[in-house]
Design a protein around this ligand. Structure first.
Ligand code: G1P
Length: 298
């Protein structure tokens, strides 16, 4: 399952999917927010495809109550697949096959209580152990319409430097209280900085910068020991950001201003924007959709 050069390449991606999705009620009362579709694919599939495209084959989902449909999405759908095969519906079979390529392993860990992102990541420790790993938050849909996808960009940086990498983006100052915010130190290049400090959801007037952490992380396995000793922080939750802050005392972690569009799909407006943008870029009907949008009397 894991190859020998495990220190050099990222082989595991962790998907924390146990959150309540309260910002998206009522849709998320019984449907996991990660299963909300953007055009025709659920959010979780975009994130898993991004990890797969970055060369990762071991996908670990941290799930909770009411999240069974995510498990189903990544399971073999016997009736559907047999039926499609019987009817010779090759095109649909390809779509279904693509969800879970044969060389991809999926693993599910149940987070009994939603105690925060840090706690969710810690739940993956029995699989991750001391290996470096990626974390993807599926409600941050990030798509580079013109080139390499973001986790692949980040894996390349990891492979070059053998240091953790966190995806960041500038946000309007008045939004800084919604994010982990970093203090950037020395630069490696135009897009990459050493992180000096990090704080979870600071008050706007206390935000050290406008560089916000967006849901893509490559972290060393060492973070697990730190998480195990991390007390609750902002919002009464065990925060990944707080553990990263401790990690910074003895490890260099890089912040990378990624190339790609990010849509906050945990938010209704962000979700609508994602659908419009992915619709516009859709190969089959993008042009027709654009024509429709142009015809609107706004
Ligand atoms: C989480 C992280 C935060 C990060 C954000 C990105 O917050 O705790 O540091 O900036 O994801 O989306 P959440 O959105 O789960 O409150």
């Amino acid at each position: 399952m894991f190859t020998d050069n495990e220190q050099e390449k990222i082989q595991i991606a962790v998907f924390p999917v146990a959150g309540f999705g309260t910002r998206f009620l009522p849709a998320t009362k019984s449907t996991p927010k990660e299963m909300l579709p953007v055009v025709d694919k659920p959010l979780i599939q975009y994130a898993v495809e991004e990890a797969y495209d970055a060369g990762i084959r071991n996908m670990v989902f941290i799930t909770g109550r009411s999240k069974w449909s995510i498990t189903e999405h990544y399971d073999f759908a016997y009736e559907l697949e047999t039926e499609l095969e019987k009817r010779g519906k090759k095109e649909f079979m390809t779509i279904v096959d693509r969800i879970r390529p044969r060389d991809m392993n999926v693993m599910f860990i149940r987070q009994e209580r939603a105690m925060g992102l840090g706690h969710a990541v810690l739940c993956s420790e029995p699989i991750v152990r001391n290996r470096p790993f990626a974390v993807l938050l599926a409600d941050d849909l990030i798509y580079n319409h013109y080139g390499i996808q973001v986790l692949k960009q980040m894996c390349a940086i990891y492979e070059r430097n053998q240091q953790g990498v966190i995806g960041v983006q500038t946000v309007p100052y008045e939004h800084t209280h919604r994010y982990g915010i970093i203090t950037a130190g020395s630069r490696l290049d135009d897009r990459t900085y050493r992180i000096e400090d990090i704080v979870e959801k600071p008050a706007v007037e206390e935000a050290p910068s406008d560089l916000a952490v967006i849901g893509r992380y490559i972290l060393p396995g060492r973070i697990m020991q730190i998480l195990a000793n991390t007390q609750t922080g902002a919002g009464g939750e065990i925060q990944l950001t707080d553990a990263i802050k401790v990690l910074l005392k003895d490890k260099t972690i890089l912040a990378y201003r990624f190339e790609g569009e990010r849509y906050d799909c945990g938010d209704k407006l962000g979700y609508l924007q994602a659908n419009v943008q992915m619709g516009i870029h859709n190969r089959d009907f993008g042009e027709d959709f654009k024509e429709y949008l142009r015809s609107l009397d706004l």
